[in-house]
Design a protein around this ligand. Structure first.
Ligand code: PEP
Ligand code: MN
Length: 351
């Protein structure tokens, strides 16, 4: 849909627009409104080059596309019925809970193993543990490959799948060789298209689920969905959206909580939404409310930083990890909230 600056295009302008869209196999249908004319593009209007060429015309105000630019992630795509089973949960049927430490301290591996056991007992389905950490300061602890051993041991002991963040191809290679069950792409790499494409390629065969965090700089929702499209377009349809709060922060919180985008993502895309309350609010005491809010908004699950003894942890754990008894209470309440809100969210109703 082309909106011109003036209410009507001149004959010469219309001819120019028709000739551009014609090069891309499209036509123009003129619609006469009460005060102006609208020029609908008939055909496949997804070409970026076509749209940019029209936008480059001085007499064009804007182009509104009816078709979404993400072909695979769109709710109307052939993948709309794609289902994932993670940690024994068919995603969308019941809340999927991932929990564990922000960071595995390689000097305190036993604490992580205790955390893993405790989150399992609390009812989590997937264990999280940061091996490599994206840190704002290069002087902060950057994570250690030594922690990978503890992550794998936790899997061995609990029988639950594990998730860890990878930030580059070298880490991806190590994680895939170790058969880490799920990969996390952090907010800082949320728009690293080369990495997203590479992850799609390297996980295509195995279909390792990828938890894609939202870019923290108020990334538009279409941009978030298009980032997921990179992974899927390169062969792996097992992508989960993870809103985790955006910047600038809401005064008092670590970020601006964004669990409310769950229904909007779900109107646009078929992929599940797993909300991260821990990084969103950034304080353990606010995590329960943020978790319940996300479920009320229709999130399919949560990833919650949890530690047996948060104050002895590193990374984010001291400030935002909940203890396992709190996690257990959150999971109990989340189940109730899921049941209560399913009539509005439609969750749990999939055939
Ligand atoms: C994390 O999960 O510990 C993390 C660093 O997340 P984010 O990329 O959302 O900041
Ligand atoms: Mn963290």
């Amino acid at each position: 849909m082309i909106i011109s600056k003036a209410p009507v295009l001149t004959d010469a302008q219309l001819a120019e627009v028709e000739s551009i869209v014609g090069e891309f196999g499209c036509k123009i249908q003129v619609i006469q409104g009460a005060h102006r004319r609208i020029y609908a593009i008939i055909g496949d209007e997804r070409s970026e080059t076509m749209v940019n060429r029209i936008l480059g015309l001085a007499y064009v105000d804007r182009v509104d596309r009816m078709e979404s630019v993400y072909k695979l992630m769109d709710r109307r795509s052939d993948l709309a019925n794609h289902r994932m089973v993670i940690g024994g949960v068919e995603v969308g049927r019941e809340p999927l809970i991932m929990a564990g430490q922000c960071t595995i301290d390689p000097a305190k591996g036993n604490a992580f193993l205790e955390t893993a056991q405790a989150v399992k007992e609390a009812g989590a389905h997937v264990i999280r543990g940061g091996v490599w950490k994206p840190r704002t300061s290069p002087h902060s602890f950057q994570g250690s490959v030594k922690s990978l051993g503890y992550l794998l041991e936790a899997r061995e002991r609990t029988g639950l799948p594990v998730i860890a963040e990878v930030m580059d191809e070298a880490q991806l290679k190590i994680a895939l060789e170790a058969e880490v069950d799920l990969l996390q792409i952090g907010t800082r790499n949320a728009l690293n298209y080369t990495l997203l494409a590479e992850i799609g390629r390297q996980t295509a065969e195995k279909g390792t689920p990828v938890l894609l965090k939202r870019s923290r700089h108020m990334g538009p929702i279409d941009e978030f969905i298009s980032a997921a499209e990179y992974i899927v377009a390169h062969g792996n349809p097992n992508v989960l959206f993870c809103p985790r709060g955006t910047m600038p922060e809401l005064d008092g919180y670590r970020n601006h909580p964004d669990e409310s985008i769950a229904p909007i993502i779900k109107e646009k895309s078929w992929a599940p939404v797993i909300f991260d309350p821990s990084h969103s609010v950034g304080r353990a005491r606010y995590v329960p409310a943020a978790s319940l809010a996300a479920i009320a908004y229709g999130a399919d699950g949560l990833i919650i930083e949890t530690h047996v003894d948060p104050l002895s942890g590193i990374g984010d754990d001291p400030k935002q990890s909940v203890k396992p008894d709190v996690l257990a209470a959150i999971i109990r309440d989340v189940k109730q909230m899921w049941a209560l809100s399913s009539r509005w969210t439609g969750n749990g109703a999939q055939a």
